[in-house]
Structure formats: structure tokens, C-alpha cells
Design a protein around this ligand. Structure first.
Ligand SMILES: CC(C)(COP(=O)(O)OP(=O)(O)OC[C@H]1O[C@@H](n2cnc3c(N)ncnc32)[C@H](O)[C@@H]1OP(=O)(O)O)[C@@H](O)C(=O)NCCC(=O)NCCS
Length: 168
């Protein structure tokens, strides 16, 4: 099993996986259009041509990004696939210089294990709730806002002196 960036050929299976969980009320549904439009946000877990999981990193605001659409196939849950998907998103966020991640979720225990902590919804900028307005559960969905602060990206290693040009 490996985690990689999502590709066009993954979209239909991402759609099936996410919307299976969405039908069970565990997460927000995603249309094919949303998945295609935001494909560059997504990582997938794949094994022998099978899609086992997905997660997305979506830039929201200055210094802020959202973790979205974390889903693992039921038959493969509890095998650290969700953790690995989220950690890929975290790594990319650090690379981009994002200082804070947030997630809106029902599975607080999972995200607590990954270093997120609960916050009042009001702590997030209003803009991040724009998607919620489209949700059938709005405004009483019961999703919990959680954040994880990220370390600043370390600047690149020491510079090497150009080869073959020694001084004096
Ligand atoms: C939530 C979900 C993504 C977790 O994925 P997973 O691959 O099963 O989780 P992992 O094996 O990576 O678990 C990592 C840690 O979180 C814990 N954990 C996983 N699911 C949990 C849950 N529902 N509640 C509390 N803790 C949970 C695991 O025990 C593990 O802890 P450990 O490191 O102490 O062993 C997966 O169960 C899923 O797809 N659920 C349905 C969709 C969903 O709710 N998505 C979240 C949308 S925001």
C-alpha cells in the first residue's frame, strides 16, 4: 500500500468511497465536479490498483488550511491508513508554510491521536463555514472544529561552497 497524490483515474473510486461514508452520515458528500476541481488537494492510499483511502489538504486563508474528505475503506480501517494520509497532508502544509490546520469532524478521537485539539467554532474565520451552508445538516450538524498548529518550515541545509574554487 502506498500513499500518493491523486490522479484523474482515481476520481470515480474516490467518489464512491467518500459518498459511501457520506450516506452513512459520517462525512460530507462530494460531487464528481468538486473532486475534479480540487483533485490537486488530494492524496490517496492505493494497493494493487485498489483505492483504500483518501484525504485532502485545502488552503483556506492566510496561514490556514483545512483537512478534508478523510476516508478509509471499511475493510482496511485500523491499519494506520487514515493516519498516514493525514500526515502526508500535514507534511505538505509544513512545506507550504501553513501555520495552522483545521478540520470539522465527528471523529474527534482519531484527530486527537494526530495532534489536533478541539476549539470553539468561533475561533475559525467565518469564511471557512461557507461550505457548511450547502450541507443538509446545517446549522445543527454537530461537527466539532479542531486545529493543529504546525512548526515553521526549517530553512534548507547548509550551503556548500562551489566545488573547485578554493580560496588562496
Ligand atoms: C476515521 C478514519 C478516517 C480513521 O482511519 P483509520 O485508518 O481507520 O485510522 P488509523 O488506523 O490511522 O488510526 C490512527 C489512530 O486513531 C485511532 N482512531 C481511529 N479511528 C478512531 C475513531 N473513530 N475514534 C477514536 N480513535 C480512532 C486509532 O485507534 C489509532 O490510534 P493509535 O495510534 O493509538 O493506534 C476511518 O475510520 C474512516 O474512514 N471513517 C469513516 C469516514 C470518516 O469519519 N472520516 C472522517 C471525516 S472528517
Amino acid at each position: 500500500m502506498r500513499i500518493r497524490k491523486a490522479r484523474m483515474g482515481d476520481v470515480e473510486r474516490m467518489h464512491d468511497l467518500i459518498n459511501l461514508h457520506a450516506k452513512a452520515g459520517r462525512m460530507l458528500a462530494r460531487s464528481l465536479l468538486e473532486l475534479y476541481e480540487n483533485l490537486r488537494d488530494f492524496y490517496v492510499a492505493a494497493e494493487d490498483g485498489r483505492l483504500l483511502g483518501s484525504a485532502a489538504l485545502h488552503l483556506s486563508w492566510e496561514n490556514l488550511a483545512e483537512i478534508k474528505s478523510v476516508a478509509v475503506a471499511e475493510s482496511r480501517q485500523g491499519q494506520s491508513i487514515g493516519r498516514r494520509l493525514v500526515e502526508h497532508c500535514v507534511q505538505e502544509a509544513v512545506e507550504l508554510g501553513v501555520g495552522r490546520l483545521f478540520v470539522l469532524t465527528y471523529v474527534t478521537g482519531f484527530f486527537e491521536k494526530l495532534g489536533f485539539r478541539r476549539v470553539e467554532r468561533a475561533e475559525l474565520p467565518h469564511r471557512v463555514w461557507s461550505e457548511c451552508v450547502r450541507c443538509p445538516e446545517f446549522p445543527d450538524c454537530g461537527e466539532v472544529a479542531m486545529i493543529r498548529d504546525l512548526p515553521a518550515k526549517r530553512r534548507g541545509g547548509r550551503r556548500r561552497a562551489p566545488r573547485g574554487r578554493r580560496r588562496g
